[in-house]
Design a protein around this ligand. Structure first.
Ligand SMILES: NC(=O)c1ccc[n+]([C@@H]2O[C@H](COP(=O)([O-])OP(=O)(O)OC[C@H]3O[C@@H](n4cnc5c(N)ncnc54)[C@H](OP(=O)(O)O)[C@@H]3O)[C@@H](O)[C@H]2O)c1
Length: 303
């Protein structure tokens, strides 16, 4: 039986990297090493070992991965394209399990996979699978968690509560799966604790299935004094406008995020998972009362 003991995480200073690192440490099951870029200004808890590596150099990253059983990549958008270096280095260092930076909607859904914003993730999966076919040994797991629930509310991504004028996509009817950052961290602990069951596949985790319509109702219940004026938009129009932006050479955040809204809220994008691995990975889920608690913290003081 393969046991994962030494785990390296790349991108641990990021939105999802930090909670995954925390979950790995707090599980008490792993020796955690953070691999950061020399330019990184981030600081990390004393309980993790920190090493620097040039993430554009296979040689440099291989040295950082020596002795690691698993590598978790949580690199953000700018780092997605460069994950081939991490894969080559992980294979060279004899790593047993690699988790690429996924942590979102299910890109195995053909409609999601065809959206330009996921191009680097699709290319990474292809590269990984071809590399492992040519040189078997390392294994992989993709973690698909739908939208980040708490992060998505805090950043106005799933429902923008700031000025009371949230954008509602496709009538707010689409039910989508969403997961808190802490539960994504727990899912990664679960993956690395269940080597065989999670080998060479995508695992699905979720805390809740919910719609924007329901999110808005909960927000209105929490802050009835606020003037709520939702703005309705259609994700077909958003996708069209993002495609037009790309055609003009605009590789901007609003253009790319438009495709993500299409994936989360558009019909037929596998928004609500048909199955999940919650039981295997130890995810117990959240209730609408938990969502209400998130809104209470966000909307405290009439914000
Ligand atoms: N499901 C959702 O709702 C959702 C939302 C947001 C993100 N995501 C996904 O979660 C994953 C991580 O995103 P994030 O927002 O957490 O990332 P992030 O905060 O933007 O960045 C994570 C870390 O990546 C490292 N990094 C940045 N540029 C890099 C580069 N060029 N090469 C190597 N490393 C680089 C940095 O770490 P150092 O400075 O320490 O090296 C950075 O702190 C992505 O796959 C993203 O698509 C999902």
């Amino acid at each position: 039986m393969v046991e994962i003991k030494n785990v390296a995480i790349v991108g641990a200073s990021g939105a999802i990297g930090e909670p995954i690192m925390k979950a790995l440490v707090e599980s008490g099951k792993f020796n955690v090493t953070v691999v950061k870029r020399p330019s990184s200004k981030a600081s990390f808890p004393a309980s993790v070992k920190v090493v620097s590596a040039d993430t554009t150099s296979v040689e440099s990253v291989t040295a950082a991965f020596e002795g690691q059983d698993a590598v978790v990549s949580t690199v953000g958008t700018e780092g997605l394209q460069g994950q081939q270096v991490l894969i080559d280095a992980a294979i060279a260092a004899g790593v047993k399990r690699f988790l690429p930076s996924e942590f979102g909607t299910d890109i195995a859904n053909p409609k999601v996979g065809a959206l330009p914003v996921f191009g680097y993730k699709i290319a990474t999966q292809k590269y990984l699978q071809e590399a492992l076919a040519a040189k078997p040994g390392m294994t992989y797991t993709y973690v698909s968690n739908g939208a980040f629930l708490d992060w998505g509310l805090k950043n106005g991504f799933l429902l923008d509560t700031k000025d009371g004028k949230p954008t509602i996509y496709d009538g707010g009817k689409t039910v989508f799966s969403a997961t808190t950052l802490a539960s994504v961290g727990q899912a990664v602990v679960g993956v690395l604790s269940h080597y065989e069951e999670t080998k060479n596949r995508c695992v699905y985790v979720r805390d809740i299935d919910i719609s924007q319509k329901r999110l808005l109702e909960i927000a209105q219940k929490v802050a009835p004094e606020k003037k709520w004026e939702p703005v309705n938009v259609n994700t077909v129009d958003i996708e069209k406008s993002s495609n037009e932006g790309l055609a003009r050479g605009e590789f901007t955040i609003p253009v790319m995020v438009g495709f993500i809204f299409r994936a989360i809220f558009g019909e037929g994008y596998g928004n609500k998972f048909e199955k999940d691995d919650n039981a295997l990975l130890g995810i117990t889920g959240k209730t609408e009362a938990d969502v209400e608690a998130i809104f209470k913290a966000l909307l405290a003081g009439g914000k």
